[in-house]
Design a protein. Structure first.
Length: 141
């Protein structure tokens, strides 16, 4: 039988393992759901990849740099997923509006539409740092 402090070490370790496995399982399950086919036989992930591929030639280096700057606070572990989701939304907007190139305005609108509300505070701060007027984007926030 275990007694004293060693018992507490095992109990605490077990609790941490259950918590970490639950967090990992949550993110794996979200990724699994994202790859399940929806209407038309395509998953959300497939649609994002298709939007990015169809609009890849429309991106200029300055817009790529802006996107990288906007996703910089995202932890590096999740940055690729965030980049793909935001670029997919930007590609969707570009196709819908039939633009000839991706603009700064389109990048900012796509970022706003693709990210959850708490991330918008960082975006506002970043746009102020870059001296970009945010009043024209108020409808999208």
């Amino acid at each position: 039988m275990l007694h004293g402090w060693w018992l507490w070490v095992i109990v605490i370790w077990s609790v941490f393992m259950v918590i970490f496995m639950a967090i990992g399982g949550f993110f794996m399950f979200r990724k699994f759901l994202k790859k399940l086919p929806k209407n038309g036989g395509k998953s959300d992930f497939d649609v994002e990849v298709e939007n990015v591929d169809l609009t890849r030639h429309l991106w200029n280096q300055s817009e790529k740099d802006l996107l990288e700057d906007l996703i910089s606070p995202v932890p590096s572990l999740f940055r690729d997923v965030a980049r793909m989701k935001i670029a997919g939304k930007i590609g969707e907007l570009a196709q819908r509006e039939k633009v000839t190139s991706i603009s700064e305005v389109l990048v900012i609108r796509g970022y706003i539409l693709a990210t959850p509300q708490p991330d918008h505070q960082f975006l506002r701060k970043k746009l102020r740092e870059k001296n970009i007027e945010i009043t024209e984007y108020q409808d999208y926030f």
